[in-house]
Design a binder for this molecule. Structure first.
Ligand code: AMP
Length: 269
């Protein structure tokens, strides 16, 4: 197949502790080069050298691929973790979640969303009405996969992010992941902050407002983080949503807008 596409996925670990992961969707001629780049990245992970690197390539049917535009990006500067979590809560309320549900999600990530306060490998699924946890495996959660930028769109998106001071690959990858989440059926919002102890920026993403970065959602040194996806169960079943998030290939073929950094004001919500 001349135009065949492959999903290329890498994960690296040491003593079974996850160190890094990344994935791409590329044409067949780019599989070898992409695999080499992902392995190179695994070997230079700042948490130390991995003792295991899994790299997996799998052909995907070009006919099955969906296309979408990336979400618009907003960035809010907050003065403290407390203000950041308040901002996140307000953005979640703006998406239609109840105060109880928003507070439950923030507390879930703050305390470690996995069993015994551990960090989950994937995301928690939360009912958008009553805050009930819906993922079947509380340690793994839901792993969003099979998404990327269309190769012709990548240079423009990278340039736009770089001009906005958001050129680190972490931002682009989170934006692509979140873009897929927002494109999934029945998703009301997403809340995320990283488990990396030195990375305190997080975001709230919603279908109406896009990807809204918040400069501080946890304290430096805190190893807890994660993702919560809020689901409207009147629109989708959990199994259909999980199948979409984990298996449906999605390529982004257009950039969204990127707004300049703005000080968070309560009235923004
Ligand atoms: P990161 O943004 O890579 O620091 O990841 C933050 C948290 O998001 C991780 O601790 C996981 O709980 C979750 N996560 C990472 N990758 C994925 C993914 N592909 N799908 C769903 N959740 C993820």
């Amino acid at each position: 197949m001349m135009n065949s596409l492959y999903s290329v996925r890498m994960r690296a670990s040491c003593h079974d502790r996850h160190l890094s992961g990344a994935e791409r969707i590329v044409p067949v001629h780019a599989v070898a080069e992409t695999t080499a780049a992902l392995i190179e990245r695994a070997l230079s992970a700042h948490l130390g050298p991995p003792d295991k690197i899994h790299c997996h390539s799998e052909q995907i049917d070009p006919e099955a691929v969906q296309y979408a535009k990336l979400p618009d990006v907003h960035s809010y500067q907050v003065a403290s973790v407390q203000e950041g979590r308040l901002a996140a809560t307000q953005l979640l309320l703006g998406a239609g979640l109840s105060a109880d549900c928003a507070a439950r999600a923030v507390a879930t990530l703050a305390g470690g969303a996995g069993p015994h306060g551990s960090v989950m490998r994937g995301a928690a699924l939360m009912d958008a009405v009553n805050g009930e946890r819906l993922e079947h495996d509380p340690a793994r959660g839901v792993r969003v996969s099979r998404m990327d930028l269309l190769s012709t769109c990548r240079p423009e998106v990278e340039a736009l992010l770089a001009v906005a001071g958001l050129g680190h690959h972490r931002v682009l990858e989170a934006l692509v992941l979140s873009g897929k989440v927002l494109h999934a059926p029945g998703i009301v919002a997403e809340l995320c902050w990283s488990d990396a102890p030195d990375y305190v920026t997080g975001y709230v993403a919603t279908p109406q407002c896009g990807y809204q970065r918040i400069s501080q959602l946890k304290a430096v040194g805190d190893k807890r983080g994660g993702r919560v996806f809020f689901v409207d169960q009147t629109k989708v079943t959990v199994s259909a949503l999980v199948d979409y998030l984990e298996r449906q290939p999605l390529l982004f073929d257009a950039a969204g807008t990127i707004a300049p950094l703005k000080k968070w004001e309560k009235a923004d919500a």
